[in-house]
Design a protein around this ligand. Structure first.
Ligand code: FAD
Ligand code: FES
Length: 277
């Protein structure tokens, strides 16, 4: 069993979860993910790592409460134990000296982009962070990101912080900020990754996205996480989760993600849980 060190809501519906898992903490790299189960009957939930402390033997993730399993995770408290915490899984993010790197994070991706931004800075890059959300109250960790970057740009759909609108304004924002990235890395929901990739294709800037298909084993055995990248079939758990956003077949990816939506609502109805559905 794995002891929960802390679980707290950082902004509405988004929680920070820290679990004692010394072997994972000793081996994890930025961009890796773990698969955990909230209880003995729960399904396997993949979560990207947002932090770790090798000395304390702890691993931290940020998760969005969307359905039955993440609702169970949202009820965990310090001292509880969970039966499964497997990892580190997936390939770590590519950390090299690229030059100027823009790290884009939305939703849980604001948390998971943090260790990537830190590692890129340590590798000698000039790193900028862009955090986006519906409103100011959904943004978090700007202070942490400021410590590891040359600047943090905020984009909110309602204009309550930073630039008003959506990530589709990226070319204009980069112009105004006088930033000319050599590489863009996106963590967060599928739409953020897809829309960022669409605008950066026009800019001609290589864009790496962290893909989050439905997963079961996370080790390349079940085939559930398959997607098409550059015309080839890939398994996100072992070939990714990072891929070139300009090569992902987004239409197919979105269609596959919706496969179990009717079934996923059933356990929520049975448990009387609410979510943002
Ligand atoms: C490699 C990877 C890393 C991820 N990292 C994070 C993270 O750091 N933070 C975070 O909040 N979420 C992350 N996710 C997504 C997270 O795993 C799902 O939101 C979660 O499993 C949903 O479980 P649920 O029962 O609460 O919701 P469900 O009711 O099962 O589903 C709600 C929605 O989530 C999607 N979903 C369901 N199961 C999965 C699954 N196993 N993988 C991906 N999507 C799923 C469904 O298509 C549906 O749209 C990641 C997914 C992957 C594959
Ligand atoms: S999750 Fe089973 S092959 Fe990737």
């Amino acid at each position: 069993m794995y002891r929960v060190v802390e679980r707290r809501m950082i902004v509405p519906n988004l929680h920070e979860l820290t679990v004692e898992a010394p072997q994972v903490a000793a081996a994890v790299r930025p961009g890796n993910f773990v698969i955990l189960r909230p209880d003995e009957t729960g399904e396997r939930v993949p979560l990207t790592v947002a932090g770790w402390d090798a000395a304390a033997g702890t691993v931290t993730s940020v998760f969005l409460q969307v359905g039955a399993s993440t609702a169970k995770l949202a009820r965990l408290k310090a001292g509880d134990a969970i039966p499964t915490f497997a990892g580190p899984l997936g390939n770590p993010a590519e950390i090299e000296k690229f030059g100027v790197v823009l790290c884009v994070g939305g939703c849980y991706g604001i948390g998971t982009i943090f260790p990537i931004a830190r590692a890129l800075r340590e590798a000698g890059n000039r790193v900028y962070a862009l955090v986006e959300g519906r409103s100011r109250y959904l943004l978090y960790w700007q202070d942490r990101l400021r410590e590891v970057s040359a600047g943090v740009i905020e984009v909110t759909r309602d204009g309550s912080a930073g630039y008003t609108g959506h990530i589709t304004r990226l070319p204009e924002i980069l112009n105004l900020e006088k930033i000319s990235p050599d590489r863009i890395i996106v963590n967060g929901c599928t739409f953020l990754s897809m829309r960022t990739s669409a605008v950066t294709r026009e800019l001609g800037v290589k864009t790496i996205v962290s893909m989050n298909p439905i997963m079961i084993d996370g080790t390349g055995m079940c085939g559930v996480c398959r997607l098409t990248v550059g015309g080839k079939t890939k398994f996100a758990c072992v070939d990714g989760p990072d891929f070139d956003g300009h090569e992902v077949d987004w239409e197919e990816f979105l269609a596959r993600r919706k496969t179990y939506n009717p079934e996923e609502v059933q356990p929520l109805r049975r448990s009387g849980c609410s979510s943002h559905y």
